[in-house]
Ligand binder design. Structure first.
Ligand code: 8X3
Length: 249
């Protein structure tokens, strides 16, 4: 179990980010829990003995303040903040939705990585884990804005690994498929509960946030010479994006 190690998790106010912050704290990390919603990360940080930082990853000022709080040394960065906005086909899609998705899923990763890279290098064995998606591997109807953004997350991750090949920093991507969290699909569908329910309908066991946190915990606790490039993780019921086993009584 690592000791005196420090991690940053963005988007830590709920879902995969929150579960990852808990998991890394259980692994012995001091976790900086970063998110826009200060009240939620404050509650989480006090529970796990971490530090809460109010941070919108699309704001360079917020990210600079995060880097300032973290200081000179950082062991693990989990770029988890991200998400989907809307599910319109290309013919009807709103460019504002697409810009918002690119901002958080790609520019957000850029902002936070740039700001924290010196501290990761200074640790002598840093790890960056970017939370991508199976949406960064495939295409599906109504998903172009999100899949384009998550393909971006994937390519940025790959590029970073090439650029840091001679640095003491590992770069990994976790690409989850169907994960049932309280907010992801609800936000995507603008709070439409029926559409949210339809995503998971008849799927007895979708992944949960803890399943992804478990994978991230494993990736970052491998010996420093082991770089897990990428993990694609789906529930057993989802053989492929469109191939989901649903059972209705
Ligand atoms: C979430 C996976 O299937 O909603 O990143 O695109 S999916």
């Amino acid at each position: 179990m690592p000791s005196n190690k420090v991690a940053v998790v963005t988007g830590a106010s709920s879902g995969i980010g929150e579960a990852t912050a808990r998991r890394l704290a259980a692994e012995g990390f001091h976790v900086f829990c970063a998110a826009r919603r200060a009240d939620r990360v404050e509650a989480l940080a006090s529970e796990i003995g971490g530090t809460a930082v109010r941070c919108d990853v699309t704001s360079t000022e917020d990210v600079a303040a995060l880097a300032e709080r973290v200081g000179e040394r950082l062991d693990v960065l989990v770029n988890n903040a991200g998400g989907a906005v809307g599910s319109d086909p290309v013919a009807q899609a709103d460019p504002q939705d697409w810009r918002a998705m690119y901002e958080v899923n790609v520019i957000g990763v850029l902002n936070v990585t740039k700001a924290l890279l010196p501290a990761l290098v200074a640790s002598g064995a840093g790890t960056i884990v970017n939370v991508g998606s199976t949406a960064g591997r495939i295409a599906y109807e109504g998903g172009a804005g999100y899949t384009a953004a998550k393909h971006g997350t994937q390519v940025v991750t790959e590029t970073l690994r090439l650029e840091l090949y001679d640095q003491p920093v590992r770069v990994s991507e976790i690409a989850p498929g169907m994960v049932k969290t309280e907010e992801f699909s609800l936000k995507r569908f603008g709070g439409d509960q029926e559409k949210y329910d339809a995503v998971y309908a008849g799927v007895a066991e979708p992944l949960v946030a803890e399943d992804i946190a478990d994978a991230i915990g494993w990736v970052v606790t491998r010996p420093p010479h082991v770089n897990v490039d990428e993990l694609v993780i789906r529930p057993r019921a989802q053989a492929a994006q469109h191939k989901v086993h649903r059972v209705f009584d």
